[in-house]
Design a protein around this ligand. Structure first.
Ligand SMILES: C[S@@+](CC[C@H](N)C(=O)[O-])C[C@H]1O[C@@H](n2cnc3c(N)ncnc32)[C@H](O)[C@@H]1O
Length: 437
């Protein structure tokens, strides 16, 4: 998910109220993507911007709240304060900034629904006035206590510290930054240069991303200034998709050829399925366990004009063979369910949702899917294992385990662990060829 330009069509007080409620849903364990999808189109951009910023500044805003109210405020008030404080810290939404008194007034108004109303309003007013002054004072004298303003659970920080002793802090700081908008040009419709020209004509600046982790990317364009997809030329007729550069490596590595039989074993919402089909008209099975997410694959393929008789979108469990007709595949993409710890810059709710025990459970699911997928691969065929994780348990440990238990698995060159950086999310890639022909 990419930060979108905010719109001021929604009054700020309403946007703060809805954002505070969205944060409440995340704290109750719901994915922010799902919560945002249920909003009206005119609400979504500003609510997304406010909630993302609030989650990215969580540690920082809570340090400030604690300074001025020793006893934790009621959750509704806490979430309103988090949104408003993130606005102060950002210099305002849209980077242009709301005046401090506007943020205070609108946050107070946002408390109109909370009981007892006068108490909530009084508390928000008093705390925000003090926080605003404290932030101004800190701007003169930078605030150092925790260089990572975003919340990451202690087990998460400890794991990264253990595994990436030199860069773990820089990584977590990076993941708290706004992610750029990256596009994938549909090679069936335009070359990258053609589409860059179309953007230019529409007044949108874009730069090619030529390679990542040693893999050349032919379709990636970076927009440093994000725009809503509705402003991208030809978006609705499939000229282009939004996809991180790290994710665009998958299709390039699997290198599909026309007519090959390909399985995308964990396909929804279909970003990588579509990329594979943009590169070659292969015989594709896009498999997905989750019925709701399955619908998104068809929607994406329709928009990109990639549907054909050779493409089947199938609901099924990749760790079982119940859906399979027994015909082996030339190539398999296994973009496994994982912690999503590599894509926090685009999904800042993830550190709030994951539990330590999830990692072991995910590892077992990944292994079950790997085992089944390998049985469906032709001798001489290739399997690409991908996760958007930075935990070795879901990346290099899995690849090492797999190579140990499968004597017929030959490891081919692949980037391995890609760490989150300014232009890409974090991913793990391992490529295996099945011995024999
Ligand atoms: C990382 S996402 C895939 C993203 C997708 N490849 C893309 O690029 O748009 C993993 C997907 O695997 C699905 N999934 C989880 N367990 C599965 C299973 N046993 N069989 C098939 N799909 C599964 C999840 O519902 C989720 O949609």
């Amino acid at each position: 998910m990419t930060d979108q330009k905010t719109s001021r069509s929604l009054p700020l007080s309403e946007a703060i109220t809805i954002s505070a409620q969205a944060i409440g849903e995340v704290m109750a364990g719901r994915s922010l993507t799902e919560v945002l999808e249920q909003l009206d189109a005119h609400e979504r951009p500003i609510v997304q911007s406010l909630t993302f910023d609030a989650l990215r500044k969580w540690v920082r805003s809570h340090d400030l709240i604690k300074q001025f109210i020793p006893k934790a405020p009621p959750p509704e008030v806490e979430y309103v304060l988090s949104v408003a404080i993130a606005l102060f810290l950002q210099g305002g939404s849209e980077g242009k900034g709301y005046a401090a008194h506007t943020i205070v007034d609108q946050a107070v108004k946002a408390c109109s629904e909370y009981e007892p109303t006068m108490y909530a309003k009084g508390l928000v007013n008093a705390v925000l006035r003090k926080v605003s002054l404290a932030i101004q004072a800190e701007n003169e004298k930078p605030y150092p206590p925790d260089p990572i303003p975003m919340f990451f659970p202690p087990w998460w920080r400890a794991s990264l510290k253990r595994n990436y002793s030199k860069v773990w802090q820089a990584m977590l700081i990076q993941q708290g930054q706004r992610a750029p908008l990256i596009l994938r040009v549909n090679a069936q419709q335009h070359t990258r240069q053609e589409y860059q020209d179309l953007l230019q004509q529409a007044g949108i600046n874009a730069e090619p991303i030529y390679e990542l982790a040693g893999i050349s990317l032919d379709s990636a364009l970076l927009l440093r200034e994000p725009v809503p997809v509705s402003e991208l030329p030809g978006f609705y007729s499939g000229a282009v998709s939004v996809q991180d550069a790290g994710a665009q490596i998958a299709a390039a590595l699997l290198n599909p050829k026309p007519g090959e039989r390909v399985l995308d074993a964990c396909a929804a919402p279909g970003g990588k399925t579509a990329h594979l089909l943009e590169l070659a008209s292969c015989e594709m099975i896009a498999l997905e366990l989750d019925g709701e997410r399955l619908g998104k694959i068809g929607g994406n393929l329709d928009r990109l004009r990639l549907q054909s008789d050779a493409v089947q979108v199938v609901r099924g469990d990749a760790s079982k063979a119940t859906w399979w007709d027994g015909k082996l595949f030339d190539k398999i993409l296994l973009d496994a369910p994982c912690s999503a710890s590599g894509i926090v810059a685009r999904h800042p709710d993830i550190p709030f949702l994951r539990r330590e025990a999830d990692i072991k459970a995910l590892q077992l699911r990944q292994q079950a899917i790997l085992e089944q997928a390998w049985k469906m691969l032709k001798p001489g065929g290739a399997l690409l294992y991908v996760t958007c994780s930075i935990f070795p348990e879901e990346g290099k440990d899995q690849a090492a385990w797999f190579a140990t238990v499968h004597a017929d698995a030959l490891r081919l060159s692949a980037p391995g662990q890609i760490l989150p950086a300014e232009l890409n999310d974090g991913f793990y890639y391992a490529l295996f060829e099945k011995n024999g022909s």
